[in-house]
Design a protein around this ligand. Structure first.
Ligand code: HEM
Length: 407
């Protein structure tokens, strides 16, 4: 039983984790004043400006220029060969882009190799929960972050959600890999390419006829939006792990946070907005994430697409109810209701009663010799399988969009 549900969940889970990182427009009650202090950030100081009005001053004008010059298809073709963190940039890139990328690919001075290595231990032991959580907590949560849902829906990738999700799932996969930030890993490449993608969306989306009126601000993906989505990932994951009483050593918890702090920086979020500790993360999330969650027509459609991802394999007979039940279990009745997810008479009660004991047994076995390695092997297999399913076994290449959603 547990095997069946794990496989199905991971299949769509790795899948949906993707979505945790997508983006779109905010409801009126999202206008909470910004009072979070930069003293709680990794920078320890800063101007404290409301990040709603801050975007990416380096990447945005550069990518807007690339789009206006018609350089994007050529750049995408060149960047397809750039895969590993330690790999030199391909020759032939426009000089301004090359200079930017050389600087953007550098880890922040505060990145600590030791903590990043400890994060690997954490990912190794908790890979299964992370896959499920990125997919079904973060991924489904992204559909009730109105700005994210709308941006994703109306951007180029919104027309092919499976492809879109496989690309975002790649980020969740890369950050959880053993060599994430090392030279033979891919997380730095994924972040820098994503930073370029976001800059393109900031230029393109305001030109979409659907965007006018859908957004509170003219330009999407502000630094505040970035932090909202960021909290739907590590902050939400850590909240759930605590709920499930997963015992996490303090060093591993800090290290997991650190790997996400580094990713925030690499995605172009300013250090003064990146929380330094979990307490600071929680207080920022209470201000920026919790109050913005709401249903939108676009989010409901996206959620339905996500819940149907397994349909090509089982016609949705098993995967859809399981994914729906997991979503309800992770995010609660209120959000499940917004997303019009039906109650599941078998799966809902089963998850409520069986998930706690399942976690307890798995945690109970962890101290035994060989258990972390065995868990890693099994979880890694599922993570790879999920990614292969999503990408339809094609190489995943994150590309700069040059249009919005066609219709
Ligand atoms: C694309 C991750 C925040 C909107 C992507 C991609 C990744 C990603 C990996 C590349 C996938 C692709 O090429 O399709 C993240 C992460 C975030 C974040 C980790 C925060 C920590 C946001 C926010 C928004 C947003 C806040 C909007 C409010 C988008 C859109 C695209 C995209 C619209 C797709 C562009 C296209 O259609 O090709 N994001 N994202 N993202 N992101 Fe984000």
């Amino acid at each position: 039983m547990a095997e069946v549900s794990r496989r199905n969940v991971l299949m769509a889970g790795g899948a949906l984790g993707a979505l945790g990182a997508l983006g779109a427009a905010a409801p009126a009650h999202a206008k909470t004043p910004w009072t979070w202090s930069p003293e709680g950030s990794v920078a320890g100081a800063g101007a404290g400006a409301d990040p709603r009005w801050v975007w990416d001053a380096e990447a945005d004008p550069l990518v807007a220029d690339l789009l206006d010059r018609g350089d994007v298809p050529r750049v995408n073709e060149l960047l397809r060969t750039w895969k590993k963190n330690g790999q030199p940039l391909p020759g032939g890139l426009p000089a301004d882009l090359r200079d930017f990328m050389e600087s953007a690919r550098r880890l922040p001075p505060w990145a600590e190799a030791g903590k990043l290595a400890t994060a690997v231990d954490f990912n190794e032991k908790r890979g299964l929960y992370l896959g499920v959580l990125y997919g079904l907590a973060s991924g489904m949560m992204s559909t009730v972050i109105p700005k994210e849902a709308r941006a994703v829906y109306y951007s180029q990738g919104g027309a092919d959600m499976k492809d879109r999700i496989s690309k975002t799932a790649k980020l969740g996969y890369d950050i959880g890999s053993r060599n994430a930030y090392l030279d033979d890993g891919e997380m730095i490449v994924t972040c820098v390419k994503t930073r370029l993608v976001h800059a393109a969306v900031r230029h393109l989306l305001p030109q979409s006829p659907h965007w006018t009126g859908a957004a509170d601000e003219d330009i999407p993906i502000s630094q505040r939006d970035m932090m909202v989505t960021w909290h739907s990932l590590p902050t939400t994951v850590m909240r759930k792990l605590k709920d499930w009483k997963v015992p996490i050593p303090a060093a591993e918890s800090t290290a997991f946070l650190h790997s996400w702090q580094v990713s925030a920086h690499m995605l172009g979020i300013q250090d003064e907005y990146i929380p330094a500790t979990w307490d600071e993360a929680d207080s920022q999330a209470e201000q920026v994430l919790d109050p913005v969650l709401a249903a939108t027509p676009e989010g409901v459609k996206l959620a339905d697409i996500l819940l149907n991802l397994g349909s090509s394999v089982d016609g949705g007979i098993l995967s859809k109810p399981i994914l729906g039940a997991f979503t309800r279990f992770m995010l609660g009745d209120r959000i499940a209701g917004w997303l019009k997810i039906p109650r599941e008479p078998i799966w809902d009660p089963l998850l409520r009663t069986a998930w706690g004991p399942f976690v307890a047994v798995r945690e109970g076995l962890l101290p035994f010799p060989g258990a972390p390695e065995a868990y890693w092997t099994f979880d890694e297999f599922l993570r790879k399988a999920a990614l292969l399913f999503l990408s339809e076994a094609k190489p995943i290449s994150i590309e700069i969009p040059d249009t919005n959603r066609p219709s």
